[in-house]
Design a binder for this molecule. Sequence first.
Ligand code: PLP
Length: 407
Amino acid sequence: MPFLADRLSRVKPSATIAISAKAAALKAAGKSVIALSFGEPDFDTPDNIKEAAIRAIKAGDTKYTAVDGTPKLKEAIIAKFKRENGLTYSAKQITVGTGGKQVLFNAFMATLSAGDEVIIPAPYWVSYPEMVLLAEGTPVCIPCPQETGFKLRAADLEQAITPKTKWVLLNSPSNPTGAAYTHAELKAITDVLVRHPHVWVLTDDMYEHLVYDDFKFVTPAQIEPSLYDRTLTMNGVSKAYCMTGWRIGYAGGPEQLIKAMGDVQSQSTSNPSSIGQAAAVEALNGPQDFIPRNNAEFKTRRDLVVKMLNQAQGLSCHTPEGAFYVYPSCAGLIGATTPSGAVIKNDEDVINYLLDSQGIAVVHGAAFGLSPHFRVSYAASTELLEQACTRIQKACAELTLKEAIAA
Ligand SMILES: Cc1ncc(COP(=O)(O)O)c(C=O)c1O
């Protein structure tokens, strides 16, 4: 009898964590490495949020809380949904977990039975299909290529829906592409969903605040109120509030679903950290002025990275609306030969070549379900990004492209 459970054979470990580990090992061995593989802002948590956590510790808020969130945090989340998204929820419609990741996991564990399908536009955040598989569901991935801005088209969604579809998972702005849906683009998607009342909508709005060029963020239940009763709107403080380590995510949705998710959480981790929750109250209720300041910096970095990657031989980089990632195509490098004579066969070869030759750590598109691309995180200083892109340009210039070999 095997010791490990069957379910583990269905999932693979996170590729982003694996690349970061390889980069760290090279660095420890003395190589100059620039890691652009991380999914977190390089800015520190604002002081007012840290101070709220310190106050909570001193006040003795160090005990178990209600499993799915303190009343104070739920109140702050209800006010946030109302203020920013025009969505009205009661406390029983709100759940808080240990990061957005746990909220998603709870939702799948609470609703998926073997064979239930979850539609996932690709490229996707690495954890989506793996979580669905762990919960015994079936991921149904729809390719969304660069030509359509990495966005799901209504006709493709319509075609993918079957009687077994339980959820459609939307993520705007997206990890790994930064693509965000405009009102009109999202309306086309929600129009399809209105016609399929058995399909639920799970929207991962984790990067809501990280949008540039006056882009206006919208979320499905806001655009199409008739979907409210079958939409789980997930969000969190990890990205915009620079709080990845604090582990607080949340969602609003129908009471029955929220209760079931709380039941899953009550038998796994119980409440998220009491101190993290106190900090999240301050994040949501406190000053928001650092967000546009950070965004101005992110926009400058995005523009620099897009420009420099487009100057690299064999790369083509789309300008995304938000998040802190770009997802350049490396189709032009496939079939190329490296200075040591190796042939680049796929995007994994590309990222290994960038890491081995120039010490640049990025993540291959295959990990996100759409090749040949790689993901660059621009949550790093402008100086570092400039250096990194110069090294990427050099690495690409040193390849002999397939056409040159043929000629
Ligand atoms: C799209 C997306 N959703 C959810 C998460 C999870 O966020 P958290 O750190 O709050 O668990 C991430 C983190 O990388 C993400 O990129």
